[in-house]
Design a protein. Structure first.
Length: 426
């Protein structure tokens, strides 16, 4: 027999009829479809989550950060002359901007929330894009003004034009003396520090919950006052390059020009988070591929039943001259066809679910009253997804191979049938 005849017979045995074998075959195809669909959906969501996380990291922070070493000459680790370092950054093709970062305690009326401030020089904000993120009010970094997020505005129950107080840990620590043997002493009343008062000039949103929840933007000089640094100083320098995914040469060159400082890329800073996301994606693929393996066993079970049912037909084929290899290929092709049909339908199903994922999620949330993707835990407002052609191709190939291998045992069983015994009662 030629391959066309073998393929015809494989399709004929696979074609649905009103018997138990057809039902089992359809169940096998559904099993493959569900396995492929679940794999595509999960890997697409994990890829989308990772890509969106990288996008938001690069949107809310710099490509690299420059810090000064902490030593006895510089116990605070402050950079007192950032302009000199920024000049050397430009020589390396890197855009730089001084930044003050510090923890604070935000107060409005009787409400207190731990926050972090980012002080920016109005004359040099680098690529920190705040204007396009403004939801209410206006973009301004004048002295005595701050920009807060929608999350912070809701927490503190304030709006544009309202006042908030910021307590500095540096100033609060100066109100007490810590004894060497334990315990504290309150300093004189004349040394009590008052919190700094600021006007809410605008409300922003980067649509990244963890960042929006924590960060308050302000003028660099105001931030220096809070931290206790001289005006113009900073705690770090943000840097931006042309390609944030290929910046090793720039970092190496810059490190040579700034021997008294150290440089950290965004990937180094978020190494653990990105590593966890990568491991989770690989583990998801490893675990969910077992759905397809179970479907492959179902195919083997179905084909074993088909071989028993078609014993006389197999015997007739071999009596007419069909080789054992030809008979084996018929049933292997049958498993291959089940894999192809199941993989194709599963891919279509996966694409549809990914396309309508947020609509489906909102529908389930409305009818169950349960939030399926809380931004407090996952940081984003909607479920991200990114279908990668390479992942889909890999899933399809593995699925078809598993289904084809699932047909090997029943195919081998059919190939060793004795035509004389098969036709004895014909």
């Amino acid at each position: 027999m030629n391959i066309r005849s073998e393929l015809f017979l494989a399709w004929r045995y696979l074609r649905p009829k009103r018997n138990a074998i057809s039902v089992i075959t359809c169940i096998s195809i559904v099993g493959v479809s569900l396995g492929v669909a679940v794999l595509i959906i999960v890997l697409s969501v994990m890829t989308g989550f990772t890509d969106l996380m990288k996008e938001k990291i690069l949107e809310t922070t710099a490509h690299l950060q420059i810090h000064s070493y902490v030593n006895y000459q510089n116990p605070s680790g402050a950079i007192k002359n950032p302009s000199a370092a920024i000049k050397k950054m430009k020589e390396c093709g890197i855009e730089g901007a001084p930044v003050v970062y510090s923890q604070v305690l935000a107060q409005s009326k009787d409400s207190f929330f731990p926050k972090a401030i980012i002080g920016i020089d109005p004359a040099n904000t680098g690529r920190i894009n705040l204007k396009d993120t403004m939801k209410y009010g206006e973009y301004s970094l004048e002295k005595g003004e701050v920009l807060i997020s929608q999350v912070t505005a809701k927490q503190l129950d304030v709006s544009v034009g309202d006042k908030i107080l910021l307590h500095s840990p540096n100033k609060l620590s100066k109100m007490v003396n810590v004894k060497k043997g334990g315990g504290i002493d309150v300093k004189k009343a004349s040394e009590v520090y008052l919190p700094d008062e600021f006007t809410v000039k605008g409300i922003y949103s980067f649509d990244k919950y963890d960042f929006d929840k924590m960060i308050i933007f302000m003028n660099l000089d105001d931030a220096d006052d809070i931290v206790g640094l001289p005006w113009g100083a900073c705690t770090m320098i943000y840097g931006w390059v042309k390609d944030p995914f290929n910046m090793s040469n720039e970092i190496k060159e810059l490190a040579g020009k700034l021997p008294d400082m150290y440089v950290r890329s965004w990937a180094d800073i978020n190494q653990k988070l990105l590593g966890v996301l990568s491991v989770e994606k690989n583990m998801m693929f490893f675990l969910l591929i077992f759905i397809v393996i179970v479907a492959a066993f179902s195919i083997a079970n179905t084909l074993i039943t088909v071989v028993i049912q078609k014993t006389r037909e197999v015997g007739l084929l071999k009596a007419l001259g069909a080789t054992s290899g030809g008979v084996m290929r018929i049933f292997v092709l049958q498993g291959f066809l089940v894999g192809v049909i199941g993989t194709f339908s599963g891919t279509i199903m996966g694409f549809l679910v990914i396309h309508f994922r947020n609509d489906l999620m909102r529908f389930v949330s409305r009818n169950t009253g349960m939030e399926l993707f809380p931004k407090e835990f996952y940081f984003f407002n909607e479920l991200p997804a990114h279908i990668v052609a390479g992942d889909v191709a890999w899933i399809a190939v593995v699925s078809i191979i598993l289904c084809t291998f699932g047909a090997l045992i029943p195919a081998w069983r059919a190939a060793i049938l004795d035509p004389a015994r098969s036709l004895r009662y014909e």
